[in-house]
Design a protein around this ligand. Structure first.
Ligand code: F6P
Length: 341
C-alpha cells in the first residue's frame, strides 16, 4: 500500500517516535510505502512530499519537534484547499492517510474522510484535550516541564515573599494547569473548566499570607476565565486559529492580585518551553504504540478511526465520535487541586 503521513497543528515532544513507528512498522511488517507530507495539510495541498525510509528516521526517537514539519492550516477553510488535497492524494496514489494531530488536524481529517479518503488519526497535543483517549502524545512531557518550572519558582517565591503567577498552555482545557499544579503544590489553580472569582482569590491569599505563609504559587491555564458577573471583567484574547495570545490572562491575573492584595507579585509565562525539547519515555512509548497501531489498522482495513489509549490499552475509536469535541478535566481531579490549596 502507499500510505501518506503528516503531522499537523502545534508540535510537541513524541511526534518523531510516532513517525518512526509508522515507518518501521509500515516498511518492516507489511512492505508498505510511506510518503511523508511536509508541514501538515499545507504539504498535502502543495504536494510537498518526503519519501520515508529507515535512513531518514535514524536517531529521531529522542528528538523533540517533528521531522516532517507542521503548520496550523485547515484545507477545508482555505479556497480550493480540499480540491488540492484530493489532487495530491491522487497524483501520489495514496491509498490511506495517517494524520498525527490535535483538534484542528483531526477535524480536517474527518472532512477529508467524508470525501472518501481512508484515514487513521493519531492524537497529539500537550493540552491533552482530544476526546476519546486518556492520553495524547506530548502531554506527559509538558506536565514534567511545567512541574519542574513550578518547583523552581517555589524556591524564589519563598525567598522573596512573593506571589508567583505561572501561566501554562491549555486553551480549552486545564489538563496541564491542574496536573502540574497538583504535582508542584500550587496554592491556586485556574482552569477553563471552572471560571474563577477574583474576590475569593484575593480573600484566600490575604488570609494565607496573614496566617501561615509568606508566598503563594498561582497556576493559570491560558484559557482560564473569570466567572460571569464577578468583579473582574475579561474577554479571552485569541489569534487567527483560536490560539490564545500568550500571557494575556496571566498578566491580567498577576496585575489584579498585585493591586488587590498589595503583595509583591511576578508573572512567568511558560509558553512554548512546554512544547519543546526531548520527550519523556512515556511520550516516546505512547507515540510508538500509536504508530504501530495506526499501521496495523490501515493494513487491516480499519479506517476513519483514531488510535486511543483507554485503561492502558490501545484501541481504535471512530473519527466521527471525537471530531469537534473537547475532553475536559474531570471534576474529581479539579477537586484534588482545590482541596490541596
Ligand atoms: O498545542 C496547543 C497549544 O499549545 C495551545 O495551548 C496554545 O494555545 C497553542 O498551542 C499555541 O499555538 P502557537 O504555537 O500556534 O502559538
Amino acid at each position: 500500500m502507499r500510505i501518506g503521513l503528516l503531522t499537523g497543528g502545534g508540535d510537541c515532544p513524541g511526534l518523531n517516535a510516532a513517525i518512526r513507528a509508522v515507518v518501521k512498522q509500515g516498511l518492516g511488517e507489511y512492505g508498505h510505502t510511506i510518503i511523508g507530507f511536509r508541514n501538515g495539510w499545507k504539504g498535502v495541498v502543495d504536494g510537498d512530499v518526503m519519501p520515508m525510509s529507515r535512513e531518514n528516521i535514524r536517531n529521531v526517537l529522542p528528538q523533540g519537534g517533528t521531522m516532517l514539519g507542521t503548520a496550523r492550516y485547515h484545507p477545508h477553510s482555505a479556497d480550493g484547499g480540499m480540491d488540492a488535497v484530493m489532487a495530491t492524494l491522487e497524483a501520489e496514489r495514496i491509498e490511506a492517510l495517517i494524520c498525527i494531530g490535535g483538534d484542528g488536524t483531526l477535524n480536517a481529517a474527518s472532512k477529508v474522510a467524508d470525501e472518501g479518503i481512508k484515514i487513521v488519526a493519531i492524537p497529539k497535543t500537550i493540552d491533552n484535550d482530544v476526546e476519546g483517549t486518556d492520553l495524547s502524545i506530548g502531554f506527559h512531557t509538558a506536565v514534567n516541564i511545567a512541574t519542574e518550572a513550578i518547583d523552581r519558582i517555589h524556591t524564589t517565591a519563598e525567598s522573596h515573599n512573593r506571589v508567583m503567577v505561572v501561566e501554562v498552555m491549555g486553551r480549552h482545557a486545564g489538563w496541564i494547569a491542574v496536573n502540574a499544579g497538583i504535582a508542584g503544590g500550587a496554592e491556586i489553580v485556574l482552569a477553563p473548566e471552572e471560571p474563577f472569582d477574583m474576590d475569593r482569590i484575593t480573600k484566600f491569599l490575604k488570609h494565607r499570607h496573614r496566617a501561615h505563609a509568606n508566598f503563594s504559587i498561582v497556576v493559570v491555564a491560558e484559557g482560564a476565565l473569570p466567572r460571569e458577573g464577578s468583579s473582574m471583567q475579561y474577554e479571552a484574547q485569541v489569534g487567527k486559529f483560536g490560539e490564545i495570545i500568550a500571557g494575556a490572562i496571566g498578566e491580567r491575573v498577576a496585575n489584579e492580585i498585585a493591586t488587590r492584595t498589595g503583595f509583591d507579585t511576578r508573572l512567568t509565562i511558560l509558553g512554548h518551553v512546554q512544547r519543546g525539547g526531548t520527550p519523556t519515555p512515556t511520550d516516546r512509548i505512547l507515540g510508538s504504540r500509536f504508530g504501530v497501531a495506526a499501521v496495523d489498522a490501515v493494513s487491516h482495513g480499519e479506517t476513519n478511526v483514531m488510535t486511543a489509549l483507554r485503561n492502558d490499552e490501545v484501541v481504535l475509536v471512530p473519527l466521527e465520535e471525537i471530531a469537534g469535541k473537547v475532553k475536559h478535566v474531570p471534576s474529581d481531579l479539579l477537586r484534588v487541586a482545590r482541596v490541596l490549596a
